[in-house]
Design a protein. Sequence first.
Length: 406
Amino acid sequence: MELNYTARKYLFTAITVIIGTILVFAGTRVFRTDYTKKTINVGFIYMGDQSNFYTNNFYRSQMELEATFDNVKTIAKYNIPENREVVNYALYDLVSKGCNLIFTTSYGYSKAAKQFAAEHPNVQICQATGNNANEIPFVPNYHTFMGRIYEGRYISGVVAGMKLLDLIQKDMVPRSNAKIGYIGTYPSAEVISGYTAFFLGVRSIVPEAIMTVRYTDTWNNYITEKKCAEKLIYEDNCVIISQHSDTTGPASACEVAHTKKGKIVYHVGYNQSMTDIAPKTSLVSCRINWSPYVCAATEAVLKEKKIESVVKATIRGTDSGGGISQQWVEMIGLNKVIAALGTEAEIEHLAKQFKDGEITVFKGSYIGVNPYNHNDTWDLRTPYPENSIASAPGFTYVLKDVIEVK
C-alpha cells in the first residue's frame, strides 16, 4: 500500500532522527575508544630518589598520574646529575622505551632538555622550574612550569610570625631578639624570592624581626644543612628557622636544640611535613603540588591537544604557572599543638586572599640589592611583580639592613 505524503514525511523525519542519533553515538564511541584505548609511556628524570624530599614531591605526582589514567605507564630515571651528557643519555633512553612525553624536574636540566626537544619534535618535554621556554630559539614541544611557591613561603612566614609574637607576649623572647634564620642552597632567584617572601610574612606580624641566611652550596646534604641550622641556633641566636633545602637536617637540629639543650627555637619546613621528625618544634610546611600540571599535560598528549590548551594556569607561550588558587601550592603539616592560637584560621584567610588577588607580597619600605650586581637595586615602595614574566621566580634582591647573608 502506498503511503500518503504526510505519512512519508513523518517516516522520513523519524528515520533521519534515528540515523543521526546512531551517528552521534557512534562518533562518541569512536572518540571515547580512541582516547581510552590509546596507551602512552610517560618519562620522569629525577636528580635524586624517593628518599630526597624534592624528588619525592614529584614522585607523588607520578603515582597520582598512574592512578588517574589506566592507559598511562610511567618510567623514571633516578639520581641523574645536572650534567648535559648524562641528561641526554637519560632522555634518549626514555625515548627508546617509547616515551613521547617526558618531565625533567631539576633546573639544571633546562638547557639539555630544550636542545633535546629541538632535535625530537615528536616528543613533548616539560621542564619543571625552568625559565627558558620562551627564549629564542622557540621550541614548540618544549614547555616549562612552576608553582608560585612564594605564596606558600609568605603564609609560612605569617605562621612563624604569629608564633614569634606569642613568644614575645609571653616574655619568653625579648623583642630585641626577634631573630629568624633561613637555610638556603644557592643564591639563586628561586631561593632569594622564597626567603624574602618568608621574611615579609614574618614582618607582617612582628615588624622588628630581622633574618640571617646561611647557604649550604648543595641541594641535598643532611649533615651540611644540620650544621647550618646549628650555627643559626647557637651562634646567631635565631628563634625560628626555615629552609629551602632538601633534607630534615634543619628540623632535626631544631628538635634537639629545643628538647635537649633547652633552646627556644621552632622550625618551618618545605616539600614535606616534618612534624614526625620534629614534633615539638616543626610549625608548618609548604610545597608545590605538581599533579595539576603533570596530569593535565598527559591528558593533552592523550587527546593530541596542545598542552597549554588543557593546563589550568597562567600561560605565557609554552610556560605555565599556578598558585594557591589553582591548587599548585599547598600548606601542609600544621602542628596545631605548638602553633599560635588562631593560626589555622589565618592560613585559610590568607589562602582566600591569594585566590582573590588581594595580597602583594614584595612591597614595603625596603631597598633590595642584587648580590651579583650592587648597582642593581629595587625600592619596594614600588611593589615587585613576582612571576609577571615567567612561572620561575625572578626576585633576586637582598633587603638591606634587615637580612644578613652569611
